[in-house]
Design a binder for this molecule. Structure first.
Ligand code: GTQ
Ligand code: FE2
Length: 336
């Protein structure tokens, strides 16, 4: 019997009877719930600004999930990072198949250039970099700019679909007006009919904080969702679907003193605390959060959010891999 198993394994063969424990009753992610505190991230990114020049690579601190054995992954499918550009700096033009988002945390007036269009950014803005789009970043202001990056790197690696290319020049040539996509597609419910392309990723590259905050304020007295509060998904203006094929982006507000109900669902998420103070209980562990903290949620973990302030609203931005999970018919949700 033992000898048979050794010969089987040496031949690259395993019996299903040896693998039964992998057919788990429910998802058992190796990724764990984890929080990176703003105070720690802030000190580290400032130190990186002093000791690490922006060379060929971006100055971005990649947040490794402690459960994922040193893999480049914040959840099983996504990586989050904190990126700093100091006044006068540029990051070299390149492109890759992983899709990226930026959520601006600090600094007003730096840009990301995407396929020939400079997108100027302010705190709270969401900026998209679709798969395989050329991009470079620049900060022509006199203050540092800090943002959260979110990319589907682990998913693309798992699918063996990683491609990366550096551009010959430091900057990709500009072919469009600054913030052109916002003018063309940012009207909110009005889509230009002469634009015939229907890209997989949203053609609107900038979702301004001004519009986002206005929407949150307009609905602050609604009941909202019992698990997610006043929660919006950022949408592709032509399809109403998620902004990216592999990642959806959400903004959610918890009213002063609001405690939401627990639930669990398939798919993982990374949260960035935009404002306020609160806590999220994940599988019985309490994570207290404040502005600038980054919190990761594994698939199928029971979680509930609460605003700990009785005075101020709390706002969470998040990236989620739900579009992938839903496209494959694997989305499930259960109240706690
Ligand atoms: O700014 O283009 O955090 O390509 C990781 C990979 C940021 C970027 C990251 C990237 C970028
Ligand atoms: Fe990039």
């Amino acid at each position: 019997m033992r000898d048979f198993h050794e010969r089987m394994h040496a031949a690259g063969v395993y019996g299903l009877w040896e693998l039964a424990s992998q057919m788990t009753k429910h998802p058992e992610p190796k990724a764990v719930a984890h929080i990176w505190k703003a105070s720690l991230l802030d000190a580290m990114i400032r130190e990186a600004g002093e000791v690490v020049p922006v060379g060929e690579e971006r100055r971005a601190l990649q947040l490794f999930n402690p459960g994922l054995d040193g893999r480049w992954a914040t959840t099983n499918t996504m990586i989050a990072a904190i990126q700093l550009l100091l006044p006068g700096e540029t990051a070299r033009a390149h492109r890759h198949t992983p899709t990226a988002i930026r959520f601006i945390m600090e600094g007003d007036g730096a840009y990301t250039a995407v396929d020939g269009e400079r997108v100027y950014m302010r705190p709270g803005d969401l900026v998209l970099t679709p798969s395989w789009a050329w991009h470079d970043h620049g900060n022509e202001t006199d203050t540092p700019v800090v943002w959260m990056d979110g990319l589907d790197v682990p998913l693309v690696q798992f699918l063996n679909a990683m491609f990366f290319q550096m551009h010959d020049a430091r900057e990709f040539p500009l072919t469009k007006a600054h913030n052109a996509s916002e003018r063309l597609h940012g009207a909110g419910g009005l889509t230009p009919t002469w634009v015939k392309e229907r890209p997989r990723s949203s053609p609107l590259l900038l979702y301004s904080w001004e519009a986002t905050w206005k929407s949150l304020q307009a609905l602050r007295d609604e009941k909202g969702d019992e698990h997610d509060g006043i929660a919006f998904e950022y949408t592709h203006p032509q399809t109403g679907g998620p902004v990216l094929p592999t990642m959806s982006c959400w903004i959610q507000m918890l009213r002063p003193g609001e405690r939401l109900r627990a639930h669990r669902h398939t798919g993982s998420a990374v949260y960035c605390v935009v404002q306020g103070t609160g806590e999220t209980i994940i599988d019985g562990r309490r994570f207290a959060w404040e502005k600038g903290d980054i919190l990761t949620l594994p698939s199928w973990a029971l979680h509930e959010h609460a605003n700990r302030s009785s005075r101020d609203p709390a706002v969470l931005f998040s990236i989620q891999d739900r579009p992938v999970v839903e496209a494959l018919g694997l989305y499930r949700e259960e109240a706690g």
